[in-house]
Design a protein around this ligand. Structure first.
Ligand SMILES: Nc1nc2c(c(CN[C@H]3C=C[C@H](O)[C@@H]3O)cn2[C@@H]2O[C@H](COP(=O)(O)O)[C@@H](O)[C@H]2O)c(=O)[nH]1
Length: 366
């Protein structure tokens, strides 16, 4: 074929494409990273210190290597479910439906806590312990059928499931019941009460599953107005950590197999901003700093809160890029960095190491 004759196969492909016959599917995007960068670019009360972020990236990488931090770490936690089957998918879905707002203003011996397997659990682990304890007591807390039953899944039943070994009950109990009720309804109407049908609907895309959760479940739709921007900014924290927990638990196989898992960002909670500030990566304006140190409430949906959450996501993205720039062969993503930072923060708290307090926002989003 002479140089100036086009390849007939290529021409055919082009013709089909132009006729729209090719299903050139757009890979889904969650819009979270774009939101985080937008808020970061427009933030005036929270900033990122680039020198500290670069230094933190080196420290995080080396500690993750030393601790051999990987998806396997997830199942090593004593309370996390071990079986690699559908019951564990149901467990993780239930857990991340309710994975929010455990913080308390009371001292440790008076704050909401759960006694389970001869230990006292607080924070996130109080949630996991409560679900394990309910299953031990044959309460079907991970069944979406149960969540729909107004006779069985009552506020009293949930109060029993989350019963505390102190005088303080779990925060936002009514909101947690509402999340279960709504999710039970959606699972019945759209997914035949099967969580694996829900995962299948994403066809192997992590971003696709996050978008499906945000589309179908109002209680996962963690997006908010910011600064008059037409489009809401999206954090989708519990939708993202749900996908990440499934990926980590199943170690990227079976139900945990996602071709685009690296599109998941850091989960904008109240612990990772705290450690990023403690490491000097996140800078708070004097007014924000004072408010956080005084443990004063920062309203849900406020500009300060948006800036705290978004700059944390963007900071972890910069840490991820820096680690990959210095160590191109490292298997690292925002999820593993995030898991590492959360666990590091909890270690520092357990060792009573001096850190800035976490910010206080009460909501169902994180
Ligand atoms: N960004 C981020 N946020 C996380 C976690 C986890 C637990 N993930 C486990 C799974 C794998 C990891 O290795 C962890 O062991 C909980 N949270 C959030 O923190 C808050 C609870 O804080 P506290 O009350 O102090 O326990 C609450 O908003 C909760 O949603 C995480 O990993 N990343």
């Amino acid at each position: 074929m002479s140089d100036d004759e086009a390849d007939p196969e290529l021409l055919e492909l082009l013709r089909q494409h132009l006729q729209g016959k090719l299903n050139v599917s757009e890979e889904p995007e969650t819009g979270v990273l774009e939101s985080a960068e937008y808020v970061y670019d427009n933030a005036i009360d929270v900033a990122i210190d680039m020198r500290s972020t670069k230094r933190a990236a080196a420290a995080i990488h080396s500690q993750m290597q030393q601790k051999n931090y990987s998806t396997a770490t997830w199942a090593e936690h004593e309370l996390h479910p071990k079986a690699k089957d559908e019951s564990t998918v149901a467990f993780i879905f239930t857990m991340d439906l309710l994975n929010f707002s455990f913080w308390s203003e009371l001292p440790d011996d008076k704050r909401f806590a759960v006694s389970y397997r001869d230990k006292t659990w607080t924070g996130y682990w109080s949630l996991v312990a409560s679900i394990q304890r309910a299953l031990d007591e044959d309460i079907p807390i991970t069944s979406s059928d149960f969540w729909q039953s107004e006779e069985e899944c009552t506020l009293e039943c949930l109060r029993h499931v989350f019963r505390s070994c102190t005088d303080e009950e779990i925060p936002l109990l009514e909101e947690r019941l509402a999340c279960l009720r709504e999710a039970g309804q959606v699972m019945y109407e759209k997914y035949e009460c099967s969580f694996t049908n829900l995962i299948d609907a994403a066809a192997g895309s992590a971003a696709g599953l996050v978008n499906i959760l945000a589309r179908d479940f109002a209680c996962f739709r963690d997006e908010h107005a910011f600064d008059g921007r037409r489009k809401p900014v999206r954090f989708l924290k519990r939708a993202q950590i749900l996908v990440a927990d499934i990926w980590a638990c199943f170690q990227g196989e079976g139900y945990g197999e996602f071709r685009d898992i690296d599109k998941i960002t850091m989960f904008a909670d109240y612990r990772v901003p705290q450690i990023l500030n403690t490491m000097g990566c996140l800078y708070y304006s004097p007014l924000v700093d004072m408010t956080v140190r005084q443990r004063s409430l920062i309203p849900s949906g406020s500009s300060w809160e948006m800036q705290l959450r978004a700059c944390s996501i963007w900071c972890v993205e910069l840490i991820r890029r820096e680690i990959l720039a210095q160590h191109p062969d490292t298997k690292v993503n925002a999820i593993l960095i995030d898991f590492f930072l959360y666990d590091l923060m909890k270690e520092m708290e357990a060792n009573n190491q001096e850190t800035i307090p976490h910010h206080r926002t009460r909501s169902i989003w994180y």
